[in-house]
Design a protein around this ligand. Structure first.
Ligand code: AR6
Length: 184
């Protein structure tokens, strides 16, 4: 694990399983129907309790229709250690010129704003869009880390963690952090 500090806020980068995090909130890389799925979404649904989580997700979808890429909503964490789940939708990678970078940045930024609005002080993120949705990992890491740094400097949350599942993603995030974040 490696950490960077910005004033009195902290960014952690670690390799592991997001569902075991003891932060106030974890972020789900969801789909626009909040229907559950594979990857980290499937793992979160299993660990939180699929039935209860799906029930509140479907109530939200009945209200809003669908959750567009870049937007975020919040539910309880149910059986997770985390009290809250923030569900956001990353972009599907289509080559990079169809708004994917802005949508990915919005997914991180809107999750952090929603956390601030709910007095959440610690939050953990997966590598949004870097699995099924196919976003190139180095490019995603740059966007994620830049947005996290700005939000931490603004004090939206006290602590944020990037939790990378695989070694390749972890290495990419660390390399990018060492390049773009101030030395600690
Ligand atoms: N902890 C942390 N990271 C994980 C975990 C875990 N337990 N499991 C997988 N990852 P993905 P996406 C990593 O595919 O690309 C779903 O079906 C994984 O290695 O979960 O945003 C949804 O329902 C990868 O680096 O999300 C959507 O339909 C990262 O999490 C769609 O996939 C994201 O991979 C969303 O695709």
């Amino acid at each position: 694990m490696t950490r960077w500090t910005f004033g009195n806020t902290t960014l952690h980068i670690l390799q592991g399983d997001l569902t075991t995090m003891q932060t106030d909130a974890v972020v789900n890389a969801a789909n626009s129907r909040l229907a559950g799925g594979g990857g980290v979404d499937g793992a979160i649904h299993r660990a939180a309790g699929h039935m209860r989580l799906q029930q509140v997700c479907q109530e939200i979808i009945r209200e809003i229709g669908s959750l567009p890429p870049g937007q975020a909503v919040i539910t309880p964490g149910f059986d997770l250690h985390a009290e809250h789940i923030i569900h956001t939708v990353g972009p599907i990678w289509r080559g990079g010129s169809e708004g994917e970078p802005e949508q990915l940045e919005n997914a991180y930024a809107n999750s952090l704003r929603l956390a601030r609005d709910h007095d959440i002080s610690s939050i953990a993120f997966p590598a949004i869009s870097c699995g099924v949705y196919g976003y190139p990992v180095e490019q995603a890491a740059r966007i994620a880390l830049g947005t996290l740094m700005d939000s931490l400097k603004e004090g939206l949350v006290q602590e944020a963690a990037m939790v990378l599942h695989g070694k390749d993603a972890y290495d990419a995030w660390l390399d990018t952090a060492q390049t773009i974040l101030p030395r600690h």
